[in-house]
Design a protein around this ligand. Structure first.
Ligand code: HSE
Length: 469
């Protein structure tokens, strides 16, 4: 029998004993959470952690308790009913040595960024639902997290309760991801769905989304596409292994969608959905958020209300679709708690062995450029108001022909109101044109030339169309 150091069996036995005693110790001590923000999502996280404590402990291998929550005017009663201590000293929470994980559910830049960086410097792992912060400051946050050896997890930041980050980052890790397209703003989808199916007014539906806790503090983020662009930025990074580049996303919201276009699209067999699209091309990345016509037979076309869905096209698996509630207290809380469990399981792992924050190794991120909108490739829906007389369409077609743009379909409608639609002493009619796939720069040239024709109204509607096949 040799000494322990030259006897492999003895080394293994000692190692097992050490691991066992470490495990026993960690089983005794629950992991403490500090909840920064106790609004809709913060309360959702707390309810889940308390209600499902046993099930969560069975999964994580340790108890998880909310030690403290930062509470403003509302939420104090809920915190008390869940047995959670409250505080308004946020700086003290992120410095508290008894707190292991900070869940940032407050939103906004200030003071969230400073608090997250401070938590990281204090060696705490962080879960955040703050998509704006990750999309805009994520590169800085992840650099700090690497330096201090902690995890920053952000599943609740994208598509609410859908585990899309985990699916793309880990589930599809063997694939080359070609493109993804998603309905990733529940409020916008809720508004478009209610307007299309019930003819409700925009402002009325938005007020309901706010009352239900779906909308951002500034609802312009929802209706102007900024929230969706934050989420797309994050998805594109983990799908393609590129740095976060929110400032390069082409963003259009839903506030300019006209009822006529919703109706004409339906007549042509399409639905208008607000999509975030990220496409990997050999010459660069397309990052765009805009209303999009999609064939009504596509599953995405039938995702209504506050539900979100993300379609991912990857080389090995083909298309996969992820569907679920994109906002709300417990759906978003569900994603946050899953992140908490992941962090707890990884507490004793070497930081270098953990899943990289942006799915790809830090020194392997790609510098493929993000393309400007004139380089996008898409099909287009154009609506013109044209004088109803011979030769007008020939002029329009001449412009398309010269630019080499192929037309897929033309639909001329009756004048909506003969008296009001008079243009240059003639009656004007709506004309809808669908193009084949073309570079957006050419469409912009065509629109400019068409709008200079005497017989065409200057207001031309342009919407992108995607077949998603
Ligand atoms: N305002 C967001 C939405 C909340 O409506 O989707 C979830 O990120």
């Amino acid at each position: 029998m040799g000494t322990p150091l030259n006897n492999p069996a003895r080394i293994i036995q000692l190692w097992k004993q050490m691991s066992l005693s470490e495990n026993q110790e960690t089983q005794l001590k629950p992991v403490n959470i500090g909840l920064l923000g106790f609004g809709t999502v913060g309360q959702g996280v707390a309810h889940i952690l308390v209600r499902n404590a046993k099930e969560i402990e069975r999964r994580a291998g340790r108890g998880i308790v909310v030690k403290q929550a930062s509470v403003r005017s509302r939420g104090a009663d809920t915190a008390a009913s869940l047995g959670i201590e409250t505080t308004d000293d946020l700086a003290a929470m992120v410095a508290d040595p008894d707190i292991d994980i900070i869940c940032e559910m407050m939103g906004g830049d200030t003071p969230a960024l400073e608090l997250i960086l401070s938590a990281i410097k204090n060696g705490k792992h962080v879960i955040t639902a703050n998509k704006a912060l990750i999309a805009v400051h994520g590169n800085t946050i992840f650099d700090a997290a690497r330096e201090y050896g902690v995890i920053v997890a952000f599943e609740p930041a994208v598509a609410g309760g859908i585990p899309i980050i985990k699916a793309v980052r880990e589930g599809l890790a063997g694939n080359r991801i070609l493109w993804l397209a998603g309905i990733i703003n529940g409020t916008g989808n809720f508004i478009l769905s209610e307007m299309a199916s019930k003819g409700r007014e925009f402002a009325d539906v938005l007020a309901e989304a706010q009352a239900l806790g779906y909308a951002e503090a500034d609802p312009e983020f929802d209706v102007e596409g900024i929230d969706a662009a934050h989420k797309l930025t994050i998805l594109a990074s983990i799908a393609f292994g590129i740095p976060l580049q929110f400032d390069k996303v082409c963003i259009e919201g839903i506030s300019n969608i006209e009822r006529d276009d919703v109706a004409y699209a339906q007549e042509l067999g399409y639905r208008i959905k607000h999509l975030g699209i990220a496409r990997h091309r050999s010459d660069g990345i397309e990052l765009r958020v805009h209303p999009t016509l999609i064939p009504e037979a596509r599953l995405l076309a039938n995702v209504d209300g506050v539900m979100n869905a993300v379609l991912v096209q990857a080389d090995a698996v083909g298309p996969t679709l992820y569907y679920g509630p994109g906002a709300g207290a417990e759906p978003t809380g569900s994603s946050a708690v899953a992140d908490v469990i992941d962090v707890v399981r990884a507490l004793t792992t070497d930081p270098e062995q953990r899943v990289p924050h942006l799915a790809f190794q830090y020194d392997a991120l790609s510098d493929l450029p993000v393309l400007s909108s004139d380089a996008f490739e898409s099909a287009y829906y154009l609506r013109l108001q044209a004088e109803d007389k011979p030769g007008v369409m020939a002029e329009v077609m001449g412009i398309f022909g010269t630019l080499g743009i192929s037309i897929e379909a033309i639909l001329q409608k009756e004048p909506a109101d003969v008296n009001a639609a008079e243009l240059n002493d003639g009656v004007s009619v709506p004309v809808i044109l669908l193009t084949r796939l073309v570079r957006e720069g050419l469409i912009q040239q065509a629109i400019e030339q068409i709008s200079n024709l005497q017989t065409i109204d200057k207001h031309i509607v342009m919407l992108r169309m995607e077949t998603l096949d």
